[in-house]
Design a protein around this ligand. Sequence first.
Ligand SMILES: C[S@@+](CC[C@H](N)C(=O)[O-])C[C@H]1O[C@@H](n2cnc3c(N)ncnc32)[C@H](O)[C@@H]1O
Length: 280
Amino acid sequence: MLAYRHQFHAGNFADVLKHALLARLLVKLAAKDKPLCYVDTHAGLGVYDLAHEWARKHAESRDGIGRLWARDDAPALLAPYLDAVRAENRGARLRFYPGSPRIAQRLLRPADRLVLSELNRADCAALAERCASDRRVTVHLMDGYQSLKAHLPPRERRGLVLVDSSFDRAREFQRLAGALAEAHRRWATGVYALWYPLMEPVALRAFERDVVATGVRRVLQAELAVHPEGWAAGMRGCGMLIVNPPFGVEAEARTMLDWLWRALADGGAGGTRVRWLAPE
Ligand SMILES: C[S@@+](CC[C@H](N)C(=O)[O-])C[C@H]1O[C@@H](n2cnc3c(N)ncnc32)[C@H](O)[C@@H]1O
């Protein structure tokens, strides 16, 4: 049994960053009239009940989606994400939060495919049940990194891979960089979105060096910090590496992150960063 349960964290600021970018990437990819494959290596439950006692324990969604839920001034770029959250909730009260598979189910088309892996047996079973009526979806009780070996390249030769590790094991940054290198060898033209927490600067710099050393190019880095550097009470921020981003994502990410930072930052702390970690 894995110790990490996303139910404790669902809808927090890290989910907001990850899902806002994910939704935007999927919208752009789905704008082209060709089927695509979405591979989600660490898929989670699919939908989270924010009234569940685990979600209420630290109420992390309060400083995440809870701050955006009732706002009507978000940039249009955030609409695919916010609409996905609103679609889970009838009425004015925020209760259910869509995870990455649910957001992808909503934004993808009938001819697209979703390949979901989750290693927690109970969560995987719940996810499979939730997706059972959707013929586009296959759910695998499988290690996410093994799933990359098993499922790449997809037959569509178009699509997006989300690697959203729970970072609850040592050496996860090295594992992530290694997985990117190997996945990219199998499928160099795929779009990859790799989520990571902002932790100690030394570990982050080593991660960046490892990613650059893979030789993978066109790596966009988008980071959002909502607490000051050195903040010890938890995660101060997080980031997403986007490999082969569709045209326009760099500028769009800047607009989205600036607005999110204003909405989510702890008294003006932290900031955003969007840059090419490895350009063309
Ligand atoms: C951050 S959560 C994923 C959330 C989900 N991607 C979303 O955005 O809604 C990480 C998930 O990975 C699962 N997990 C942990 N280690 C894994 C592994 N080696 N392979 C696949 N899943 C794993 C955990 O059980 C957890 O559900």
